[in-house]
Design a protein around this ligand. Structure first.
Ligand code: F6R
Length: 607
């Protein structure tokens, strides 16, 4: 979604802003703009479309060493040059970029209009520029604070005023903002990726905090002007992780990184001596964990499907009641929080509004909430009561892939920990770890078979509808396969429990609607075969993802994607990868923008 970059320093600001915006492209956006200041002269250039369109519109030697930039994902007002940020008041003295939504903007706008202000855009953001201009009496920090008192809603924002050249004021409420501390230069961004090329020293703002920066210094304060001291934290990601590393797309790179990223999720957490797992960040003693009677997992999209795998696993392996729920639903259903229930919120970005707000609601009701996140320093890991980083490294493609396998990795570790505390013997724990330890290599073998998936994907990419079907722990994997295909190829796909199709979806089956079946290697296998036969009997084409050695399947289905053998609990790792590859190759075949599919944003920071 929207992205913010700000810069004060000695270098040409336009270069830094455009480069920072380019790094934020992955978040999804539909227009972009910058405001560059040279003394009291502000140059604003904004464009519908991609950063390259903006870059072409920016004069080559644009002078100015401070400025703000923005990528917009439209919420109020259509996608066009005018509605792109930065926005100004009518005299152009104040320039603002803003992430989030101002809920009372209409009331504020009408009042400002009645006072003589003239508006040029349909956005909610423009009211902020007018309000700050109205409140300004020679002190930008004070004007911003006074304006913020009147706003209802969420914001991460950056503001400049012509009367105070070389200064940027930022503020956060519900939309992330981080300060980058350089040597004789300062950065402001909604995401550390925008500044990592220049500094690894970051100060994260919390809600209700503001920052005022110039090239040499910064101060932080709250809405009542009270000074705040904050720690400078190190950004741990490396710049190379933000590059494609020889791949054509980030998605392909990230799919192929999964042996390594799963290994990182396990690293230092498997304890062979104790035949258990160590998850230090949980902040819970063994006694507290033993008192947990139930686990609830709360998440959105792919993270929700990973949470479903986790819930299945916890019930099956750890024999603890567990359930996954959509974060968007949890927030408003007045959830019943019991003291013995442990909550996990799962979020790659750690910023998803639905998940963050659900977490806060649960915490208000007294729940203990643990985060399973990737982005270090994001809001969910900061506000949760503890948690586990998945360490998959930056995920830049909009479609989540390596985060899914790393998220489930964490649930395998947690399930082992809980199982060992309850009924699992040392030998059982040991055996589980030995097999879990093989997973990165087995995922590597699946990736080596990508050509076969590609061949099938190219043959089927021109179909309009697909079904993805699985059972047990492979049911959420089927849902994930359908999501992957629809979001990047725009082919309509539905995921179901294989058993469920006879209750309705089987009506969709014909020669034109292929079904992708995940064929397990356990007690449910024969049931899945029965469902396949039901589809075949109705003329449906079947692509099976099946285990090496399952030869009986050869005569039943049209296409087979093979995965290596493991024990039945671990197939979610091995079977999701071919589905990611299938979606990727189908989308490429159809000429889609795989990394930045239409209408989607990487980090969905609005409800
Ligand atoms: C799908 C996808 C989304 C996200 C969802 C939650 O490929 O990426 O469905 O999984 O928006 O995002 P996070 O995990 O950042 O909370």
């Amino acid at each position: 979604m929207c992205g913010i970059v700000g810069y004060c320093g000695p270098k040409p600001a336009s270069d830094i802003l455009l480069e920072g915006l380019k790094r934020l492209e992955y978040r999804g956006y539909d227009s972009a703009g910058i405001c560059v200041g040279k003394g009291e002269d502000f140059q604003i250039i904004k464009k519908k479309g991609k950063i390259k369109d903006l870059r072409e519109a920016v004069p080559v030697n644009l002078a100015g060493t401070f400025g703000i930039g923005h990528t917009r994902w439209a919420t109020h007002g259509e996608v066009n040059d005018v509605n792109s940020h930065p926005h100004t008041n009518d005299t152009g003295e104040v320039a603002v970029v803003h992430n989030g939504i101002i809920e009372n903007y209409n009331t504020l706008k009408n009042k400002l209009i009645s006072e003589g202000h003239k508006f040029q855009t349909d956005t909610d953001t423009e009211v902020i520029a007018h309000l700050i201009a109205k409140m300004y009496h020679g002190n930008l920090e004070q004007a911003v604070r006074e304006a913020l008192y009147l706003l209802k809603g969420t914001y991460g924002l950056a503001v400049m005023h012509k009367k105070e050249p070389g200064k940027i004021v930022g503020a956060r409420n519900g939309s992330p903002l981080v300060l980058g501390v350089g040597d004789g230069e300062m950065f402001l961004a909604s995401d550390v990726m925008a500044m990592m090329a220049h500094t690894k020293d970051a100060v994260y703002l919390e809600d209700g905090e503001l920052v005022s920066m110039t090239k040499d210094s910064y101060t932080m304060f709250d809405l009542d002007a009270r000074h705040i001291e904050k720690e400078v934290e190190k950004i741990t990601w490396e710049l190379e992780q933000l590059e494609k590393g020889g791949y054509r797309t980030f998605m392909e790179k990230e799919i192929n990184e999964q042996s390594q990223s799963i290994k990182r999720a396990f690293q230092g957490r498997l304890d062979l001596d104790g035949a258990t797992a160590h998850l230090g960040g949980l902040n819970m003693s063994a006694k507290q964990l033993l008192n947990v009677q139930r686990v609830e997992v709360v998440a959105a999209g792919t993270s929700y499907y990973a949470g479903m795998v986790g819930a299945y696993l916890l019930e099956r392996l750890a024999r603890i009641p567990a359930h996954a729920e959509l974060s968007s639903e949890v927030r408003y259903k007045n959830p019943i929080v019991e003291p013995s229930t442990l909550y996990f919120v799962v979020s790659q970005s750690g910023e998803t509004a639905d998940t963050l707000y659900a977490m806060r609601e649960l915490q208000r009701k007294g729940a203990t909430v643990l985060g399973v996140c990737n982005a270090v320093g994001a809001t969910i890991p900061r506000e949760s009561d503890g948690g586990v980083y998945i360490h998959s490294g930056p995920e830049i493609a909009v479609a989540s892939t390596k985060a899914f396998t790393s998220q489930i990795s964490v649930f395998y570790l947690f399930a082992l920990l809980i199982a060992r505390m309850r009924h699992f013997s040392f030998e059982e724990g040991y055996g589980f770890i030995r097999e879990l330890d093989r997973i990165p290599a087995l995922v590597g073998q699946v990736l080596q078979r990508a050509e076969k998936v590609k061949e099938i994907a190219l043959r089927y990419a021109h179909h309009q509808n697909f079904l993805f079907l699985g059972r047990g722990m492979l049911y959420p994997v089927a849902l994930e396969g359908a999501l992957k295909l629809k979001e990047i190829s725009y082919i309509h796909a539905e995921g179901y429990s294989a058993a469920e199709i006879k209750h309705g979806p089987i009506a969709l089956i014909n020669e034109e609607t292929p079904s992708v079946f995940l064929v397990p290697d356990d007690g449910l296998r024969d049931k899945v075969i029965t469902s396949i036969k039901e589809v075949k009997a109705r003329g449906g084409k079947v692509i099976a993802v099946a285990v090496d050695g399952d030869e009986e399947i050869n005569d039943i289905v049209d296409e087979i994607i093979r995965v290596p053998k493991t024990i039945d609990l671990f197939y979610p790792f091995l079977m999701v990868v071919p589905l990611q590859l299938f979606a990727f190759y189908a989308a490429e075949e159809l000429g889609r923008d795989v990394d930045q599919p239409r209408n989607l944003a990487k980090s969905v920071t609005v409800e």
